[in-house]
Design a binder for this molecule. Sequence first.
Ligand SMILES: Cc1ncc(COP(=O)(O)O)c(C=O)c1O
Length: 391
Amino acid sequence: MPIATNVRGALERASWIRRMFEAANKLRAERGDALVADMSLGNPCNEPPAAFFEALAAEARDRTGLRHRYMTNAGYPEVREAVARHLAGRTGLPYEAADVCMTIGAAGALNILLRTLLDPGDEVILSSPCFVEYPFYVENYGGACCMVPPGEGLVPDAARLADACTANTRAVILNAPNNPSGRIYPERFYQDLARALAIRSAQLSRAIYLIFDDPYHHLWFTERPPPEPARSYDQVLYVSSFSKDLGLAGDRIGYVAIHPGAADREDLRRALPFALRALGQVNAPATMQRVAARLIDHPRDDVRAFYRRRRDRLAGALAEMGLEHPPLDGAFYAFPKCPEPDDMVFCRRMLDKGLVLVPGSAFATPGHFRISYAVDEDVLERGISILRKSL
Ligand SMILES: Cc1ncc(COP(=O)(O)O)c(C=O)c1O
């Protein structure tokens, strides 16, 4: 088979998720949409705001010349400037346009970072539960993952993460609001992690970067917006996108930003756009870059209200069913404890009843299941009803 060994291995590991999605499609074809509740995907169900369509229309009308050609790999200077200004406003840190590289979604940003940082055999530390794609991305560049179990309430454990770092460790990847747990981590955790990683970096004579993957940043339901890890730790390489909050996942626009205090800031400024080029991505989509710059400071209250309605409904239903879960702080997922010992068997049983979930094992956290509330309200009701009847 003309497929590289490591790709074959990854395909094999990913195949059961694919099989589940195929089974869900088959079920829909057999029973019709009205009897199936697909709550497996993190695909936003919010329409982008009116301001997006206005920005897009303005871009389409603008014929001032050659606005759809290649540009410098890192993206348009004025777009990078807008992102830097936005991050400076949020963190109080002096981000500059040169710290920002526009990318093909958060996924593109993670890949150019890992391409930049990893030599074969280097390690990346992850905290379970985490996004299913991280190990695949790390393996793309010959890296190895070390999965560290979380502490109380599925918040990562700062000491355990630092202890897991070895001479080969290049980075820790974290994401909060978290996919799949829905958790936002407290400021205190980032302060502890910063101290622990600074000590470990000094012992190992090597900067340990924190790749902070934040595509759900604006989807928070707590009293305050999520803390900014860059305020606690200088080695933060920040990743975000417009996929989830603005409902633009298919339009593929995101960015990476280097902390103004990061080790090797100048080298990183040069290397990230080169990695983007070397990976054949060339540059992030031109029109979407300009649209993103127009929308970066757009208020997100409406989209928060949109998902909060679904979140509150699901949280109430889970409580009635007696299903324990970590607090639904943000993103659009709940991650309840599985009511039976094997989460894979449970999800298979739910699938047969028409409810598509993802077992916690997919996120290195058996004993849980993920339920996405990025669905229409009628699907949410159907899903709740199937779950209730099946318990
Ligand atoms: C935690 C996390 N990171 C990154 C991504 C990829 O986001 P994007 O669509 O912006 O590439 C996702 C998408 O599901 C995600 O959940």
